[in-house]
Write a protein that binds this ligand. Structure first.
Ligand SMILES: Cc1ncc(COP(=O)(O)O)c(C=O)c1O
Length: 375
């Protein structure tokens, strides 16, 4: 079966993990510090603005807490978001409010967000769908004068750039994922950016049980180095040096991964253009860079997308749709406006395999699979 997502790990990652074993320091240590610094360099932000986490989901839960969303507040997010975004709002007693998306990019826009703002809106939590940057300037212009916090879920956009700014660094807080289905993987892991360095320091405390003072090895006092203070009700969201060692190797390989992904994207763009029953992914605007995380096509017609997915699966090609719209999830009790574009694209959009390990013969097999579909 050709996977829709797949990591690329090699001898370099294995050797790096071997060195961690040999050092006998498996927990959060020097390598995690190096990974944080290297990732800050990759994004072009100050190292003090960045903290590692054990997952992006943990980062999302933390972000909603850091912006102070609580009981009675609303957090606006595209309905096509990862499930952790809504759970993060609910966990603080806030209400997730789902907005519509642009039917081609599947990103929220200033217009779809504006339609959901109320005096109760505390924050907007958006993602850059499949690595294609959302149109951020109008969104920032909408939110800044109103004092509404902006959280960017940059799980899809590890290397995406919007008009010279790295995705994830344009709002108040940004979060990244290094889980096994992402481009840069560490097993599990994440990163949290806060524009305000003090907020980033708070993030660090929150990510380690709210410990307000150093204890153990990092406490240099001559006696009772095991004592500590607690500053807040933080959880345990830290990562470790095994993951960070993998992350450092993956970061070095990222430009190569992106180049192969761009080639795959270009192949689909070129070869699928002639097929009249599908609409290919929209172009990346000239002033933006994508991470090429998803390649999506859209297929109109009752049940046609689902039939295509089944047809490809029978031919050994796994496809999927991300993200099942959250306004359809009963638990969240969506009672807001009808989200007509979301409804439509959720039934018409399909993600084709896109990862750096795809071979040219995999691509030919996928193309044959699509072409042989009796639309
Ligand atoms: C858009 C998006 N946000 C957040 C997450 C959560 O990432 P993690 O698995 O690191 O918790 C994912 C994971 O699939 C995602 O796709």
């Amino acid at each position: 079966m050709i996977n829709v997502f797949q990591p690329s790990l090699g001898a370099e990652e294995l050797a790096a993990v071997g060195r961690v074993f040999a050092s006998n320091w498996l927990g959060k240590g020097k390598l995690t510090g190096r990974f944080e610094a290297a990732f800050a360099g990759h994004l072009g932000v100050r190292r003090e603005q960045l903290r590692s986490a054990n997952s992006c989901s943990e980062g999302l839960f933390l972000s909603v807490k850091l912006v102070g969303a609580g009981l009675g507040d609303e957090v606006v997010m595209p309905s096509i978001s990862f499930v952790a975004s809504a759970n993060a709002a609910v966990s603080r007693g806030a209400r997730p409010v789902f907005c519509d998306v642009d039917p081609r990019t599947l990103n929220a826009t200033a217009e779809t967000i504006a339609a959901c703002l109320t005096p109760k809106t505390k924050a907007v939590l958006l993602l850059h769908y499949g690595g294609l940057p959302a149109d951020m300037d109008p969104i920032l212009e909408l939110l800044r004068p109103r004092g509404i916090a902006l959280i960017e879920d940059s799980a899809c956009s590890v290397a995406s750039v919007y008009r010279g700014r790295a995705c994830g660094t344009m709002g108040d807080i940004g979060v990244w994922s290094f889980d096994p289905a992402k481009i840069l993987v560490t097993g599990d892991g994440g990163m949290v950016y806060a524009r305000d360095e003090e907020l980033a320091s708070r993030a660090e405390r929150e990510l380690y049980l709210g410990l307000g003072s150093q204890s153990g090895f990092s406490n240099t006092s001559a006696t009772r180095w095991w004592e500590f203070e607690v500053a807040c009700d933080g959880r345990r969201g830290i990562t470790n040096d095994i993951s960070s060692a993998i992350g450092l190797e993956q970061l070095a390989k990222l430009p190569g991964f992106l180049e192969r992904r761009r080639q795959v994207d270009e192949f689909y763009r070129r070869e699928l253009a002639a097929i009249d029953w599908l609409v290919p992914r929209p172009e990346v605007p000239a002033d933006c860079r994508s991470s090429y995380y998803f390649y999506w096509i859209q297929v109109a017609g009752e049940g046609r997308r689902d039939r295509l997915a089944a047809h490809l699966k029978e031919r050994g090609i796994y496809t999927t749709f991300r993200y099942h719209p959250l306004h359809r999830v009963v638990y969240y009790g969506h009672s807001g406006q009808a989200l007509s574009d979301t409804e439509r694209v959720a039934d018409e959009t399909l993600l084709l395999p896109l990862h750096q390990a795809l071979s040219d013969s995999d691509l030919d097999q996928i193309l044959d699979g699509v072409r042989s579909f009796n639309a």
